[in-house]
Design a protein around this ligand. Structure first.
Ligand code: ZN
Length: 304
């Protein structure tokens, strides 16, 4: 069995270093091609681990990449070529810091959904109920009305992506163009988000792109068989989800589970999470404030 770790934004290099050292003591860190080769060659997957980082934020370049280099630990990152080329932000980066009540007001206006119970749910999770075009309509209207401070670009540039790739430590995969919840989208949008992110990233980096991570990544919630089929049609070899579990020879390579670690999680939390394996998915379902709990409650509100 192999262990795949997932990071997003990392602010604290010391925290990251502690977690990576903990992993390195117990597992052999491998790069993504080696991980896939071991799986395909039915080689022993025991005690290997692979580090993944989603979104390609500047914090990868500033905080994660230096620690990976210091410890010679390979990783794969999942980015949007559109964001890198246009030096833009993802929708969840844009709404971070927006005032919830104001954002909800615009949400009600745009969606015509006026349901007071939504108030109890985190605004990020509320937005995950929508199509990406609607999310941006809400953000653009909020910007017009309330003129929030310009955040600047929070993500890596094309040159920075090329630089980390050339180090030989980092493999780059696709992560759609605009980070939609793919399952919410019409077939044509889901196809375009996946296929164009792969081809445009390939053009940008000058080689084939064979790896992908689903935005938000909860299996059968954020993506399903349809997305896995689209990836297969586009020559994708492996795709990562965000549920917990080990990589075994029984794992479907188009929905590989990962252990997500975020800023401040203690080593004992990391240990417990990995030790729990796929059981962790059941543990979080009963944890209050958990995203799945919130989003299921929201579904109930909307469908009742
Ligand atoms: Zn993401």
């Amino acid at each position: 069995m192999g262990v795949i770790i997932n990071f997003h934004e990392v602010k604290d290099q010391v925290w990251l270093e502690n977690n990576l050292c903990f992993l390195k003591e117990r597992y052999n860190p491998v790069d993504l091609p080696e991980l896939i080769n071991s799986y395909n060659g039915k080689k022993e997957l025991k005690s290997i681990c692979h580090i993944t980082v989603d979104d390609g934020s500047k914090s990868f370049y500033d905080n994660i990449y230096p620690v990976l280099k210091k410890h010679k630990i390979p990783a794969s990152i999942y980015v949007s070529p559109e964001i890198a080329i246009n030096q833009g932000n993802f929708w969840f980066q844009e709404i971070n810091g927006y005032e919830k009540q104001k954002l909800l007001k615009v949400f009600y206006e745009v969606t015509q959904i006026n349901e007071k119970n939504i108030n109890k749910i985190s605004i990020g999770d509320v937005m995950k109920f929508l199509k990406i075009d609607q999310i941006w309509e809400i953000i653009n209207r909020y910007k017009e009305l309330y003129k929030p401070e310009d955040k600047g670009c929070m993500n890596m540039s094309v040159n920075e992506l090329k630089e980390v790739e050339q180090s030989g430590l980092v493999t780059i995969g696709a992560h759609t163009l605009r980070h939609p919840i793919l399952a919410n989208e019409e077939m044509s949008v889901a196809k375009n988000e996946i296929a164009s992110s792969i081809t445009s990233l390939a053009d940008m980096l000058g080689h084939e792109i064979k790896y992908f991570a689903y935005p938000n990544g909860i299996p059968d919630f954020d993506f399903g068989q349809r997305e896995m089929d689209i990836l297969k049609e586009n020559g994708c070899e492996s795709a990562f989800a965000t549920d917990s579990g080990d990589l075994s020879l029984q794992t479907n390579l188009l929905r590989i589970p990962r252990y997500g670690l975020s800023n401040g999680d203690s080593i004992s939390y990391t240990r417990l999470k990995i030790f729990s394996g796929s059981l962790w998915n059941t543990i979080v379902k009963i944890k209050p404030g958990n995203e799945l709990v919130d989003r299921r409650a929201l579904l109930k509100i909307f469908t009742e």
